[in-house]
Design a protein around this ligand. Structure first.
Ligand code: IMP
Ligand code: MG
Length: 178
C-alpha cells in the first residue's frame, strides 16, 4: 500500500465488481442503441476505460473537461467547460461518465449542457457518489457505490494530480493535506 494511504476503500477486485454492476445495468437499459460516452477528464479515465470495455452496444467515445472556480474558501462553485467534445450530440444518446459526485455542480452543468445541445437522452454513470455532500440535485442513473464524506484517491482520482495511478481506491492520511 502507498505510504500516504490510511486505508483501502475498494480493492482492485471490488472495483471490478462495481464496474461490472454498472455495465450490466447500462447494457440492460440501452440494448442495441448506440451511445456517445462523454468521459469527464481526468478523474474518470480509468473507470471509463474499464466500463466501456464491458458495454455491448456501439459506443462513440468523446472527452470533456470542466474546471471549477471557487470564490474564497466557501466554494461558490462556478463551473466552466475547459475542453469540449467533438461530436454533435443532437438526437444522440449521451452517457456522461464521471469518477465521483461531490457537490453535484459539475454534472449538473454538463447534463444541462448536453440537453441544451439537443441530445435525445442524457444519463450519468458515476463510479462513486458522496450523498452527504450534494448541494445541487442531479439525477444520476448509474452509481457504482455511495461513500461517506472522505477524500479518496486512486483508480483515476487525484489530489493535486497525484495518486491517479494507484490500482485501488484509498483514503488519504490526514497529514497529507497539511
Ligand atoms: P462536484 O462538482 O463538486 O460534484 O465535483 C466533482 C469533482 O470533484 C470530481 O470530478 C472530482 O474531480 C472532484 N472530487 C470530489 N471528491 C473527490 C475525492 O474524494 N477525491 C478526488 N476527487 C474528488
Ligand atoms: Mg474530476
Amino acid at each position: 500500500m502507498h505510504k500516504d494511504i490510511k486505508e483501502i476503500m475498494f480493492t482492485e477486485s471490488e472495483l471490478r465488481g462495481l464496474v461490472d454492476s454498472v455495465a450490466e445495468r447500462i447494457n440492460a437499459d440501452y440494448g442495441d442503441e448506440e451511445i456517445i460516452a462523454v468521459v469527464v477528464l481526468k478523474g474518470s479515465l480509468i473507470f471509463s476505460a474499464d466500463l466501456i470495455r464491458k458495454l455491448n452496444m456501439n459506443v462513440r467515445v468523446d472527452f470533456m473537461q470542466a474546471s471549477s472556480y471557487g470564490a474564497g474558501t466557501e466554494s461558490s462553485g462556478t463551473i466552466k467547460i475547459k475542453k469540449d467534445i467533438e461530436n454533435d450530440v443532437r438526437g444522440k444518446n449521451v452517457l456522461i461518465i464521471e469518477d465521483i459526485i461531490d457537490s453535484g455542480r459539475t454534472l449538473s452543468l454538463l447534463k444541462q449542457e448536453m440537453k441544451n445541445r439537443g441530445a435525445a437522452s442524457v444519463k450519468i454513470a458515476t463510479l462513486l457518489s458522496k450523498p452527504s455532500r450534494h448541494v445541487v440535485k442531479v439525477e444520476t442513473e448509474y452509481i457504482g457505490a455511495e461513500i461517506p464524506d472522505e477524500f479518496v484517491v486512486g483508480y483515476g482520482l487525484d489530489l493535486a494530480e497525484k495518486y491517479r495511478n494507484l490500482p485501488y481506491i484509498g483514503v488519504l492520511k490526514p497529514e497529507v493535506y497539511a
